[in-house]
Ligand binder design. Structure first.
Ligand code: SAM
Length: 303
């Protein structure tokens, strides 16, 4: 399984700049020789073992889908694959395998069946206004998605670790969860989650923020640096349906603050902040540059 994983990795890495929305995407994708060999070997062993000819092992299907989604997120942090889309992607891998078994033609199946299907699947993730221009670009760059040092986040958000209220939750904490680890090294009860995480721990979970249940009156401090609110801005500009989901989640997040709790986030959300009830929330804003702000929202204690 390890070498299969490596060859899928290599195939994805080889094609990471290829645009699946390009009109002729199936023809510009490179089929990496090691990947082709692996598929050849799998096909040969499947033919010898009749039980394998019926279905590709589930773990291989889910591994392929997972690696593909990780690569997509690394290319464009604003894409989002919800659970039913994961199922569709797994079906594409299953069907492509069946076709390879039926025809014995790996390259033909990839170009005439698999890549066109992947292309249609990716298309549904993009807001309409991006589809037309992307049709004519065979290669694409990556959308920047930085992970910042703990100290940088503390400085920019204006957090004072000595007086931070616990427990702390970092939403979209980054693959390494740097701020969470740093706060914990100071003895602070801190947790974080991110949909892309290098290593899961009891205090660092791999999770999508739409699937994370924020329970009311829970968190002393919530932090989200260049993560939740950055994506909310993107949805506000490009995807109204997703923006509605962001609004609902924002409400859930701020009501999960305990009395006197604080939410530190960048960028700020001026178009939402002006709707907050000043009897319940106090807002501090600091300009970073131009019209980009860091905001600190404090839930006013009811007692
Ligand atoms: C620009 S990075 C910032 C990471 C970290 N907060 C920092 O300042 O270093 C944005 C993070 O948001 C995460 N992210 C994006 N969409 C997400 C989602 N729907 N659910 C959870 N995390 C998400 C990304 O995986 C990425 O690690």
């Amino acid at each position: 399984m390890r070498s299969v994983k490596d060859s899928i990795h290599k195939q994805l890495e080889t094609n990471k700049s290829k645009n699946l929305l390009y009109i002729d995407a199936a023809q510009v994708i490179e089929i990496e020789p090691g990947f082709l060999n692996t598929l050849d070997e799998m096909l040969a062993s499947a033919k010898q073992n009749s039980s394998l000819t019926r279905e590709i092992p589930y773990d291989l299907v889910s591994l392929s889908a997972q690696l593909f989604i990780e690569k997509l997120y690394a290319i464009n942090q604003y894409l989002r694959v919800d659970p039913d889309k994961v199922g569709e992607l797994e079906d594409i891998y299953r069907q492509s395998w069946q076709k390879m078994l039926e025809t014995g033609d790996i390259q033909g199946t990839l170009r005439a069946f698999h890549y066109p299907k992947l292309s249609r699947w990716v298309k549904a993730l993009y807001p309409d206004q991006f589809l037309e221009p992307l049709k004519f670009t065979p290669n694409i760059g990556t959308v920047v998605c930085e992970e910042y040092s703990a100290q940088f986040q503390i400085d920019i958000l204006g957090i004072d670790p000595e007086h931070i209220r616990e427990p702390v939750m970092d939403i979209g904490c980054g693959r390494e969860g740097r701020l969470v680890r740093y706060l914990r090294s100071l003895g602070i009860e801190a947790y974080g989650f991110d949909r892309s995480l290098a290593l899961q721990k009891s205090y660092l979970q791999k999770k999508d923020w739409f699937d994370y249940p924020f329970e009311a009156d829970t968190w002393g401090t919530i932090i989200s640096n260049m993560a939740f609110t950055n994506h909310l801005h993107f949805a506000y500009r490009h995807d109204r349906a997703q923006f509605e989901q962001y609004l609902l989640k924002t409400r859930e997040i701020i009501t999960s603050l305990a009395d006197g709790g604080r939410f530190y986030y960048a960028p700020g959300l001026p178009f939402i902040e002006r709707l907050l009830d000043p009897a319940h929330y106090h807002l501090d804003r600091n300009r970073v540059i131009g019209d980009v702000f860091v905001s600190v929202l404090t839930r006013i204690s009811s007692s």
